[in-house]
Design a protein around this ligand. Structure first.
Ligand SMILES: NC(=O)c1ccc[n+]([C@@H]2O[C@H](COP(=O)([O-])OP(=O)(O)OC[C@H]3O[C@@H](n4cnc5c(N)ncnc54)[C@H](O)[C@@H]3O)[C@@H](O)[C@H]2O)c1
Length: 260
């Protein structure tokens, strides 16, 4: 049997890297896409895949890379869009529009461009599945005035394209991670911009998420086991969304020793 080809953007690091490793473990041939050439080559080398350098926000670059992947590895059956930029939590007055534009260019425009470049080919073959990495930040308000709207857009793009391409049998879903310990988040912690105990405290499971836990959910949505699922946004958040609203009641309660 020929092995199915999967492509992962942002595959050089964090959640994208974990997705690439999980999909390779499940038997896919991997195209690892990233603007970080060295990182993409490291991951691709580890899993017997192939690295592709790309800026997801650049339309011509994306088209060039998608055509090269399909020529060199074969038709792509599964796509994960994980390339993304985080942002510093500043007030609007301190948020340079150049930063705003770059976050939107990568997280919204780049995600859309990759969906369309790979998706058009999937539609022509009547086969394929896509997962977009959105965020819990796209589902509520945080002091991230570029990042939150860009992630809300990722969820909306997912829904619009799911309806557009469902009749062709192409499925597209979003996964919204909660606070996941990746190099990007670790760097923000190291800069003092995020406090790991704050991040963990409000989540029902009282911890951060391992990138591998996001990857298993992504792999499920890409697999035939999810054949009737399209257009959804699946939070993988260690219970952040159900826990955060308890803050106004003093926060989550520790279990009583005799009652659980
Ligand atoms: N870590 C979290 O807590 C968390 C939570 C929710 C959502 N997310 C989302 O998950 C995704 C991955 O985040 P992460 O934490 O793994 O970050 P990360 O920085 O570890 O990985 C992101 C990767 O994307 C690549 N990238 C950035 N801009 C690119 C571009 N223009 N073209 C190609 N590649 C580019 C980077 O080089 C990097 O390898 C992002 O979309 C992020 O918004 C992360």
């Amino acid at each position: 049997m020929t092995r199915r080809v999967a492509a992962v953007t942002g595959g050089a690091s964090g959640i994208g890297e974990a997705c690439a490793r999980e999909l390779a473990r499940q038997g896919h041939v991997l195209a690892v896409l990233d603007r970080n050439r060295e990182g993409a080559e490291r991951v691709a080398g580890d899993i017997g895949g192939r690295a592709y350098t790309v800026d997801v926000g650049d339309e011509a670059d994306v088209e060039r890379v998608v055509a090269a992947i399909e020529t060199e590895l074969g038709p792509v059956a599964a796509l994960v869009n994980s390339a993304g930029l985080l942002q510093v939590p500043v007030r609007p007055a301190e948020l340079a529009m150049a930063t705003f534009d770059e976050v939107v260019r990568v997280n919204q425009r780049g995600l859309y461009l990759c969906c369309v470049a790979f998706g058009h080919r999937m539609v022509s073959r009547r086969e394929g599945a896509i997962v977009n990495i959105a965020s819990i930040a796209g589902m509520g308000s945080m002091p991230l005035h570029a990042y939150c709207p860009s992630k809300a857009a990722a969820i909306s793009i997912t829904e619009c394209l799911a309806a557009e391409w469902g009749p062709a049998g192409v499925r597209i879903n979003a996964v919204s991670p909660g606070y996941t310990l990746t190099p990007a988040v670790q760097a923000a912690i190291d800069r003092g911009q995020r406090d790991p105990s704050d991040l963990a405290r409000v989540a029902a499971l009282q911890r951060m998420i391992d990138p591998a836990e996001i990857a298993t959910a992504v792999a499920f949505l890409l697999s035939p086991a999810a054949s009737a699922i399209t257009g959804i946004n699946l939070p993988v958040d260690a219970g952040f969304l159900c826990g955060v609203t308890w803050t106004q009641y003093g926060g989550l309660r520790q279990p009583l020793s005799n009652m659980g």
